[in-house]
Design a binder for this molecule. Structure first.
Ligand code: SF4
Length: 357
């Protein structure tokens, strides 16, 4: 049976959210410095730490590191948030990351620069339709990607991130389990192909990764024959077939450091270049070609919701904490079960996860 998600309706919904995204004007050097200093002071005063995703602006990533916070992928952000002792976590990323932090640390205050920063995968997996889909397949183990609402996580048996999804599905397949996977169809198909698991896939996609194009990438590879192609598994299958390395954001960063190539074509959000240039300053990175530019390109390799995390908004949320993440306590407890399962699995599998990166 096909997933109950309606792709056309989802795309309309995603467009509505995208239309509401407000772009901020860039700051001059003086204003940026002022914000940075004020934010540092407020983080100290509130015993708060800044946790930023690799796709956010490099200024926020630097600030997180300078102030004792953390920069990472969503699994690492979740681990850091649950282990750190601060009273307040400020999550620079998208809403599901803030919700995950709140689920893992219900006693902490979790702030975000804006609660409006969402994700096309989250939007395209509403709990009512998803729950119906699960009910239709009671013999399947429900594995959901972290890019989902707290309610969808609460309905799942497992929550996974891209850095550990394959290992979890292989582990379940070894036990003879059939998998119901949601919401990213490309990551699901990639895991299905690699693991050989029996999987039913929801059909949502990330608006950033689904824009990478096979033909354009093929042309680019001809232009730069010595470059290595790094791709995130949320990209379409044809793009992944061309890649020299497929992995999560952290795994891609480590591959950029480890591989001998001087030039890399990168199929994921451009925000990752900041960290890649830090860990491999002698190497060059170019974005994989997307569907078009300007009017025909919805993301152009940069997530519009990640881009909503600005210094100004970060300052505002610390000075006047209106953007506080709330998760219903009971729902949070239910969602905690599959999340904790992932964290426990990740701890046990740490060596093999690291070995892949
Ligand atoms: S990059 Fe894609 S998966 Fe990540 S938050 Fe943006 S829309 Fe969601």
């Amino acid at each position: 049976m096909e997933p109950t998600s309606n792709l056309a309706a989802d795309q309309v919904l995603v467009k509505q959210y995208l239309d509401a995204v407000e772009q901020s004007a860039p700051l001059d050097e003086h204003a940026e410095m002022e914000y940075r200093n004020k934010i540092k002071g407020l983080l100290r005063e509130n015993n708060a730490v800044l946790v930023a995703h690799y796709y956010t602006d490099g200024v926020l990533q630097d600030l997180a590191e300078e102030t004792g916070g953390f920069v990472g992928d969503s699994l690492e952000m979740a681990r850091f948030g649950s282990a750190c002792e601060a009273d307040t976590l400020v999550v620079a990323g998208v809403r599901f990351m803030g919700e995950t932090a709140k689920i893992l640390c219900p006693e902490k205050t979790v702030l975000m620069p804006t609660l409006d920063a969402t994700c096309s995968l989250d939007i395209a997996c509403p709990i009512e339709e998803f729950s119906e889909f699960c009910d239709q397949h009671p013999d399947h183990t429900v594995v959901v990607y972290a890019n989902t609402s707290a309610a969808v996580k609460a309905r799942a048996d497992w929550v996974v991130t891209s850095s550990i999804g394959l290992e979890v599905v292989e582990h379940l397949a070894d036990q003879g389990k059939k998998i119901l996977w949601a919401p990213d169809q490309h990551l699901g198909a990639y895991i299905q192909e690699k693991s050989g698991a029996q999987m039913l896939l929801w059909d949502a996609a990330c608006i950033v990764h689904e824009e990478f194009r096979f033909r354009g990438l093929l042309d680019m590879r001809k232009l730069y024959p010595d470059a290595a192609i790094l791709a995130h598994p949320e990209s379409p299958a044809q793009v992944l077939e061309l890649a020299d390395f497929v992995g999560s954001t952290t795994q891609m960063i480590k591959a950029a450091q480890r591989l001998d190539n001087d030039l890399f074509i990168v199929a994921t959000d451009k925000g990752i270049f900041h960290r890649m240039r830090q860990v491999a300053p002698e190497k060059s990175f170019i974005a994989a070609p997307t569907v078009g530019s300007g009017a025909t390109c919805r993301s152009c390799a940069h997530c519009p919701w990640m881009a909503m995390n600005t210094l100004a908004r970060l300052y505002e949320t610390l000075a006047n904490p209106t953007e506080e993440v709330q998760v219903d306590r009971q729902l949070g407890e239910q969602a905690m079960v599959p999340l904790q399962r992932m964290l426990d699995f990740a701890s046990q599998a740490q060596l093999s996860v690291k070995g892949k990166a």
